[in-house]
Design a protein around this ligand. Structure first.
Ligand SMILES: C[S@@+](CC[C@H](N)C(=O)[O-])C[C@H]1O[C@@H](n2cnc3c(N)ncnc32)[C@H](O)[C@@H]1O
Length: 216
């Protein structure tokens, strides 16, 4: 049983504290409201902050994203990336891309720094340049997730970062009794990435899990 002083409760309080380490500005708050209207779940506050730090650490110039949503993750990545960086972000939903454009505008991002592609990653990723990108962020649940990961590894230059959001599948991953297809898929992706000798990986508990891998 969980009590107020139990390690689990303390752990959850720490997680919540860490999520709020970085206060969000108007552009991200407005994006989250758009997300509520559209039924899109953006990356968490902690994940948004982590994406900014990771893009900065990678000194990212070319960034690819699958699952633009309302642009919370995209704006966060651009804020950490190099000033000349371009974000190529893919989403099949025109309403989501429209909302994301509003987020980038609110965030003061010049239009030339975003290339928003209306389409499915299954069709778009294979057309992007091998070794041409510093960061690939995956944030769309799809039966093709394993293929997205393989494409991401192809797209990354040495030292580039692969980032998979919701890698713990809303805390379902560690529960062996959960056998639903999306959870099983994410377990398989975790194993694939961990065992891939081209990658150095870690699983962060930020948000609903952030799997981060560096391309050797
Ligand atoms: C969780 S939301 C992304 C939230 C976004 N990263 C943010 O922080 O605002 C998932 C998005 O993936 C998109 N999506 C679903 N299937 C996709 C696919 N096959 N290729 C690209 N995007 C896809 C959905 O339309 C949705 O906008």
């Amino acid at each position: 049983m969980r009590t107020l002083n139990s390690p689990q409760t303390a752990k959850h309080a720490s997680w919540e504290y860490a999520e709020q380490h970085q206060a969000e500005d108007h552009a991200l708050e407005a994006a989250r409201l758009r997300g509520e209207d559209l039924g899109v779940t953006p990356v968490s506050e902690g994940t948004a902050a982590a994406l900014t730090v990771l893009a900065a650490a990678a000194q990212a110039r070319g960034v690819v994203e699958v699952g633009t949503g309302v642009g919370v993750s995209g704006l966060s990545l651009l804020r950490g990336a190099s000033p000349e960086a371009v974000l190529t972000s893919i989403d099949p939903d025109a309403d989501h891309l429209h909302a994301a454009r509003g987020t980038f505008r609110d965030g003061g991002v010049p239009a030339a720094r975003t290339r928003l592609i209306t389409g499915r990653a299954e069709e778009v990723l294979p057309r992007l340049t091998t070794g041409g990108y510093c960061v690939v962020h995956l944030d769309a649940d799809s039966p093709a997730l394993e293929d997205f990961v393989e494409q991401a590894v192809r797209l990354l230059r040495p030292g580039g970062l692969l980032i998979l959001n919701d890698a713990l599948d809303h805390d379902r991953l560690p529960r062996p009794a959960v056998r639903e297809e999306p959870t099983v898929r994410k377990r398989a992706v975790e194993r694939t990435v961990r065992d891939d000798e081209r990658l150095v990986t870690t699983m962060l508990g930020t948000g609903t899990g952030l799997l981060v891998a560096v391309r050797r």
